[in-house]
Every structure is written in C-alpha cells, then in structure tokens.
Design a protein around this ligand. Sequence first.
Ligand SMILES: *[C@@H]1O[C@H](CO)[C@@H](O)[C@H](O)[C@H]1NC(C)=O
Length: 514
Amino acid sequence: MQGQLMFAILFVTLCVETLAEDEFLYKQFTDPERDAFHYGKFQEDFAWGVATASYQIEGAWNEDGKGPSVWDTFAHTPGKTHLNQTADVTCDSYHKIAEDVKNLKELGVNHYRFSLSWSRIMPKGTPDEINPAGVQYYHDLIDALLAANIQPMVTLYHWDMPQVLMDIGGWENELMHALFVAYADFCFNEYGGKVTKWITFNEPTVFTVFGYEIGYHAPGKTHLGWGAYRAGHIVLKAHASAYHLYDKKYRASQNGVVGITLHARWYEPKTDTDADRAAAQRALTGELGWFAHPVFLTGDYPEVAKELIAAKSRAVGLTSSRFPEFTEEEKQMLKGSADFFGLNHYSTSYIENKVDASLIPNIMSDLDYKASEDDSWDRTGSWWLRPVPWGLRRTLKWIKKTYGDIPVYITENGMSENDGPVRLEDTDRVTYYRAYINEILKAQQIDGVNLKGYIAWTLMDNFEWAEGYNERFGLFHVDFNDPDRPRTARASAKAFAQIIKDNGFIKAKEKSEL
Ligand SMILES: *[C@@H]1O[C@H](CO)[C@@H](O)[C@H](O)[C@H]1NC(C)=O
C-alpha cells in the first residue's frame, strides 16, 4: 500500500512537473496534436509590443485646446456607458509619458502601438485650425519612445472622431473621405520623419456596426440594415486614398509602411454538416472580407455578401441594394492599398447556418448565420471573449490562404477581468498569453504565415468603451480611485516580458544551459 501510494504520489508529481512547462494547455480541449506546445524562436527583427488607444488612456479630455470627440459626447450622455463612466481622466496618460515609457521598458517591448486623438490635434476636425499643444504631446511621446529604443506604431483613427465632424453626419457623409485624407496628410507630414509604421483605421467592422447600426458605441446611431455598410464604404475609400497619398508624397523620403487593422474572430462550423461548414466560410468571407477583400484581394466586396444583401434588399422591395457599390476607379484604388495586414483577434465562435427573413437585417442575418460559444470554453471579464487559442492559428491560416503572403502583424490580442479587488496574480491571463502566442509561433513556423509581430492588448487597464472600467485588460493594473492613477505590473506583465526576452519559447532545460 505504502509503496503504491508513494509511487502514485511520485507519478502525480512527475506529471505535474511535465505539465508545468506546458501549463497553458486548456484542460477541456481534447486534441493533443492541435494543442501540443511548440518550442522555438521568432525571427531576430520580430516586433513585440503593446497597444493602447487615445480615448481609452489619455484623459485631459478638454485640456490645452483639445476639441470634444464623439466619445466625449457619448460617454457624457447618461445611460450610454457602465455606471455612466467617462474617460475624462482615465489613465491620465496625457500627463504621464515618462511613466508609461518606463513601463514599456520594463516589458522589454520594441514597439508601442498608440493612436492619435484627431480632435486633440485638430479641434475643429480640419487642418485650418491646429492645436499646437496637442501636436506637441505626440512629439513628446514619440521622442520618449525613440529614446528608449521603442518604435512607434501609430493608429490614425481609433474611433474618437471630432464631434464637429459627427455634427455633419460622420462616416455617413461622403465629405469624411477628403477630411480624413487631410488629417492623414498632416500627421504623415508632422510625424512621419520619426514614425515608420502607420495604421489608418482600427477595426472598421466594430465601429461601424456598433456606432452606426446598433448604437452600442459612439456616435450611437441605429441605422439598422444600412448604417454600417454606408459608413464602412466611406471608411474604405478614405483608407485607400490615405494609403496612396503616403505612397506618392511620403514613402520615398520617409520609407515607412501603411496598413489597416481588422478585427476577426475564428468561426468554427458548429457541426460537421455541409450547411454549417458553408455558413462558417460565408461568415468569415462576408464579415472579415467586407473590409479585407477590397484592400487585400479584389478591390471589391466579397461576391457572397454582394449577392445576399442585394437579394434581401430586392425581397423587401428596395430598388437598390443596401450594400453600396464601388466604381471601377475606386476598385483600382482599393486593390492592394496596404503594406501589411493588422489583425486584432481575441476569441472564437461556433457558426451555424440560419436563414430567417423575419430578422432585422444586419451583417449576421444578411449572411445567414448564427454564432454561439462552447459551454466548456473558459469565461473572462467580457461576455464575447472565451479563450480558444487554436482559433488564432486557424484565423492566420485562413488569411494566408485567402489573401496570400501579405505581412501580418497581430495588432491586438489579450483578455479581460471584471473590476473588483486588486488581482496582480493573473494566472489566467498568463495562460492566455502563453497559449495564444504559442499558436502564432505554430502559424509562422508550421503553416508558413508571414508574421512580422505581436502587439498585446493592452499596456494597462483603461476605459473599455461602453463597459467603462468594468473590463480590465491590462498587463499593468491601474488604480482609478487614486488621483495619481498608479500602475502596478501584474504577473502577466512579467510572463510577457519573459516571452519577449526569449523571443519565443525555450525549453527550461535549454534555458538553464544558456
Ligand atoms: C446613469 O444614467 C441613467 C440615465 O440618466 C440613470 O438612470 C442611472 O441611474 C445612472 N447611473 C448611475 C450609476 O449614476
């Protein structure tokens, strides 16, 4: 008995030891080959970074000449955000450049992805009135980053449109095309001597659907069935024109790259039936392809989306499709209008075929699919975010298969917890990062995806849009009750720093021999 018990204990200890290195494994997943840990390093010049967005971290919402943005207006409207919270102060990063850069150095990142607040630079949204203090703030941030050997990766539009431009219709007004190009021109000219990686737009599917169709985000429009398509159409043209402007006017002297960041979940067929498989393909093609096909493939929207939306429009007696059409000239301009694919990825859904003509039209019902989650997948602080690491590898493979060998940066990936007692030992987030980063290593080394970098979301807890401070995604915890907004590294910050230091995953044994 004793001996057997000893053996059992020893055996269990041994197993635990072996598992320790591979501790990221989600126990409920049952495909050992798919979920096996992969050791290896990324290329020498791999980009490691963290991301933030201006409205979510800067605060100083009306300081030094900044104009209001749609998010100021939206969050100041009672009933729009969790507990009516706003980002008036949030992390106060407007006053904390030195501290933020110190924390970036602690992580060991070589890139920092942040966004410019358009209304901080141009309070009226147009270049005839520039706010020098706002322009200087970003110079100071960029200079501090470069001094710390950290490359800036700058997003021009991360959702905080100047309110004055919303007053004329925002992305539903064709004028926005030219106004965005004028803003981009100013930014390329002003900062392009120091910034060589640009992202025009962050997640157009999200801000057009949430902002112009269901009203869950600023500007809170509920133009069901057409708001997102119309806004997205103008966004795409603005993107392409900004890309070509850079190409013609700045590339030769500044030698940078311009891309766009798209959000994609992995869509796994719910069952093995042909109908569900086709639905998952349709969902990926129609939803990610809504913005990706025009830029990375054909210059035009995916056929499946064009056909379905046109048919549904006809069926209710509309004389033209709710989905707008590009001219031939616009298609030529769109096709190939990005130097890299920025991918924001957080989670996976099951997709089933669902045709229901009675539904209020939106991108999901238009494409005849329904999404759901697996009860066995872990939960996080966000209802839409279940950790399913293999979904990221499949998304990357799908992008390679569909769009070819375009360079890809993961521009966001991470997980949330809800507001509550301070929790610095975030082992679940450590697990998430190890597992997801391991999947991109497999995508690169096994599947041959042209992966250039990985940018985590996010440096520190911040204002999570409509969810306010109730969803914390930070590698650093932020105390929002303290006027100094102190930041404290979580265990995940240390784990991420270690992965960066190793430039991938090295076996403990090999590490000890180094
Ligand atoms: C937020 O605003 C709504 C609408 O005015 C109000 O009903 C609600 O009580 C407010 N919530 C908080 C926490 O102040």
